[in-house]
Design a binder for this molecule. Structure first.
Ligand code: ZN
Length: 421
């Protein structure tokens, strides 16, 4: 029998990781002479869901074997390893036979779980209607991600190699050679990306959370990721696993043409004209407003987006841009922008003397302007075009501020782009 196992919400901010638990389950299944076919899938869901504080990632994998036995093994592993004491951790797992008609429903369900908000009732409805064997622990909210990870079709996908630590090292500081990650990036970019952030001098591949992950290398090429993983120097790797993912695909982005309104907790591409100049608030966050077909919408580049804010600060009233990002509190949290058309900006200056070419001075209130030396005169200030210090094209947040789902420009086939690396 062939069936998908989907699993989600087993971890907490204090530890564990659903990908790691999945690796343990896959090992146990293989010990029981079952076969895991292909790579497991790491599916990132709507990143704005309020009760999810971490990456909101669910895992699924295809198994050939006995479903009842796989169910027992999975349940044992979940009971042993899930962070059940954390109130926000509500694990769920599903077991969906490949020929179950539920698969047709799950494709749409999954897209909704990535772009929109799905209720527990909708998950339980599908489970009931198609009699899907499942494991529901505590509130069982993980059933939503478990179903979605099974159902999502990956028209675009990327890869991630996750390396895990020795269990006795969990919670301690990660021991690794920073420079080796920069070298791995130099030698494999752009087939791998977001391993490091050169500008901000950060190793992005190594998390700082207390979970079992030692590092994760992302990219589009299995071979390049393998090569990068051989370059990096770290403490001992206990387990490693490739995942097929929807990371770096922009799958969470809803195009403005698909909807009639902009709602909180959704992510969009919106076109608009800048109507309020960017301004800084305390903490280094930058805000501005655009006029879209849905009305005026506030946009934000928060402090962690670093040098991306310098691009935003150069926007002027009248610039036509596309913004990409999640809407929270009626504000777009920018992930990238595409500057489509720069407005012509003018400033008023004192006129120039036609004889000596120097700037004229004011001749007194209401008296116009004059050149003291040549005695030339002029009535009014003149309009001078300001040279813009920003170009058209795409700009993105740096790797250290990238969302899992955001498509990095290095993966985008567009003509004008300004990659932060
Ligand atoms: Zn003059």
């Amino acid at each position: 029998m062939r069936f998908w196992i989907g699993i989600d919400d087993t971890d907490s901010s204090k530890g564990m990781c659903t990908t790691y638990l999945s690796v343990i389950i896959m090992e146990e299944l293989e010990k029981a002479r079952m076969k895991v076919e292909g790579f497991p899938r790491l599916i990132r869901l709507n990143p704005t869901i309020p009760y999810k504080t971490r990456g909101n990632g669910a895992v699924s994998f295809l198994v050939k074997g006995d479903l009842q036995e796989a169910y027992e093994i999975t349940k044992n592993c979940m009971e042993t390893y899930s962070m059940l004491e954390d109130e926000k951790t509500n694990p769920g797992a599903v077991f969906v036979e490949v020929n179950n008609k539920a698969m047709n429903y799950l494709h749409n369900f999954a897209v909704k779980a990535v772009k929109d908000v799905v209720s527990m009732d909708q998950a339980l409805f599908i489970i009931g209607k198609f009699m899907i064997p499942h494991i529901k622990m505590k509130l069982g909210r993980g059933l939503i991600g478990a179903l979605a990870s099974v159902g999502l079709e990956l028209y675009d996908y990327t890869l991630e190699l996750l390396a895990y630590r020795k269990p006795e090292r969990f919670g301690t500081e990660r021991d690794y050679d920073k420079e080796s990650f920069f070298r791995a990036d130099s030698e494999t970019y752009p087939l791998t990306w977001d391993t490091v952030d050169w500008h901000n001098d950060v190793v992005v591949a190594v998390p700082s959370s207390p979970d079992p992950v030692l590092y994760g290398i992302r990219g589009d090429s299995l071979e390049a990721i393998e090569r990068a993983s051989k370059i990096v120097i770290t403490e001992e790797v206990d387990k490693r696993q490739f995942f097929i993912t929807n990371q770096g695909t922009d799958m969470h982005i809803i195009d403005e043409n698909e909807v009639n309104e902009v709602e909180n907790y959704h992510s969009y591409r919106l076109r608009g004209t800048v109507v309020e100049k960017p301004y800084d608030i305390e903490g280094g966050h930058v805000f501005f407003t655009i006029e879209t077909k849905f009305g005026r919408i506030k946009c934000a580049a928060f402090e962690p987006t670093k040098q991306f804010r310098d691009v935003i600060r150069k926007l002027e009233i009248g610039d036509l841009i596309d913004v990409y990002g999640s809407v929270k509190r009626e504000t777009v949290n920018l992930e990238k922008i595409n500057v489509l058309n720069l407005a012509e900006v003018y400033k008023m200056e004192n006129p120039t003397c036609p004889v000596c070419g120097k700037k004229m001075e004011s001749a007194g209130r209401g008296q116009g302007y004059r050149c003291r030396k040549c005695k030339t005169k002029a009535e009014d200030k003149i309009k001078v075009k300001v040279e813009r210090s920003i170009e058209e094209g795409f700009y993105e947040v740096p790797p250290c501020a990238r969302r899992h789902l955001s498509k990095p420009l290095v993966r985008m086939d567009v003509e004008k782009k300004h990659v932060f690396r």
